[in-house]
Design a protein around this ligand. Structure first.
Ligand code: CA
Length: 361
């Protein structure tokens, strides 16, 4: 599946390059330059600009694939990579607007730059769908044709803590020292990153609210990265070793590093017990859930995010009501919040089906 995804990604990149070079098919070049909203009148394919913060981000890659797959031949998707550079992203947005896109989807590098992006789109009368990186309520209110698609990050931390409590109560072997207290560690994402802060805080709050007894042995920022998390876990193995009853990671990339470090010490398949739960339910972590190496993960539904982004962008680009066909009700800041889904061995197919949809449609 990984290989298929790579092939698909390669195709997507090629399509993007062709589309952005201005040497695309006659249908795509002819529709560029049409004024906003004109697609319905002319019957041409709507042109949808998609500005991505960084193509190297795993999760956003699944959202991009989902958008491209869903667009098919219905829309001309012009996708650009800001390579984590906000200045570059604003230039790319200027270019997309000057080409006359019918709608613009933006995965902002820095949500603080949203007001600049909004004023540019507003001046060009182009509807905006922000996604994946949330912006302030004031920014959202400043433009009536501005919407957001994302998640509620604290939900993933809450679900992770709930999963931890459930298995700890159901299986006494997780309480290795038999003291009725969960000794655990947290691999936190980048300090100050909204997801890292929200997820970590939600884990602690969920334990506290439930009156669940825990002892946080250590918390270290692993920057959402596999290697950094592996290095941290190597140190933990020497410092705490078998005292650790559970590892909670803010994302699966870090958990993959922790598993690697733990395996070297006989955990995660080597006979010694240690619980672990991630967030994202990436394809790379699913085999470890399937064979019982780890407890589970919390699925970020990239397909559903892509579906809502594309549906809303296509709607506004073709003059329809933005929420037509959107199954999730918007909140009070015009945001569609896609729910997370806890994934364990029992419902692994839910995650597998989601990735299959991104590949097959
Ligand atoms: Ca214990």
């Amino acid at each position: 599946m990984k290989r298929m995804l790579s092939i698909l990604l390669a195709c997507v990149l090629m399509i993007s390059v062709v589309a952005c070079s201005g040497k695309g098919s006659s249908s795509s070049t002819s529709s560029v330059g049409s004024a906003a909203g004109s697609s319905t009148q002319t019957g041409k394919k709507p042109v949808i600009g998609v500005a991505i913060f960084d193509y190297s981000n795993n999760y956003v890659t699944y959202i991009r694939n989902s958008i491209k797959v869903l667009a098919g031949n219905k829309a001309d998707i012009q996708m650009v990579d800001a390579q984590n550079d906000q200045v570059k992203q604003v230039e790319q947005i200027d270019l997309l607007l000057s080409k006359g896109v019918d709608a613009l989807c933006v995965n902002a590098v820095d949500p603080k730059a949203a007001s600049t992006i909004i004023s540019k789109a507003k001046a060009a009368h182009v509807p905006l769908i922000f996604f994946n990186r949330s912006l302030s309520s004031d920014d959202m209110k400043s433009y009536d044709k501005c919407w957001y698609v994302g998640t509620t990050p604290e939900d993933s931390g809450r679900m992770q803590a709930e999963m931890a409590m459930k298995v700890f109560k159901a299986d006494p072997s997780f309480d290795k020292n038999g003291d009725g207290v969960l000794q655990y560690v947290i691999l936190k994402g980048t300090l100050g990153h909204p997801d890292a802060e929200a997820r970590t805080q939600a884990v602690k709050e969920t334990f506290a609210k439930a009156g669940f007894k825990t002892e946080l042995l250590d918390l270290q920022p692993g920057d959402f990265k596999t290697q950094t998390a592996k290095d941290i876990t190597d140190v933990w193995m020497g410092k705490f070793g078998n005292k650790i009853e559970m590892i909670l990671a803010n994302n699966d990339a870090m958990l993959l590093g922790a598993i690697e470090a733990g395996k070297a010490e006989g955990f995660f398949g080597g006979g010694k017990k240690m619980g672990a739960i991630g967030i994202n339910a990436l394809p790379e972590i699913l085999p470890s859930i399937k064979d019982g190496t780890i407890i589970g993960s919390i699925l970020s539904d990239a397909y559903s995010e892509g579906l809502n982004i594309f549906t809303m962008a296509y709607n506004v680009a073709t003059g329809k009501d933005v929420y037509q066909g959107v199954e999730i009700a918007p909140d009070n800041m015009k945001a569609i919040r896609v729910p997370y889904i806890p994934i364990t061995k029992e419902n692994l197919n839910v995650a597998q089906d989601m990735y299959n949809k991104i590949l097959k449609q």
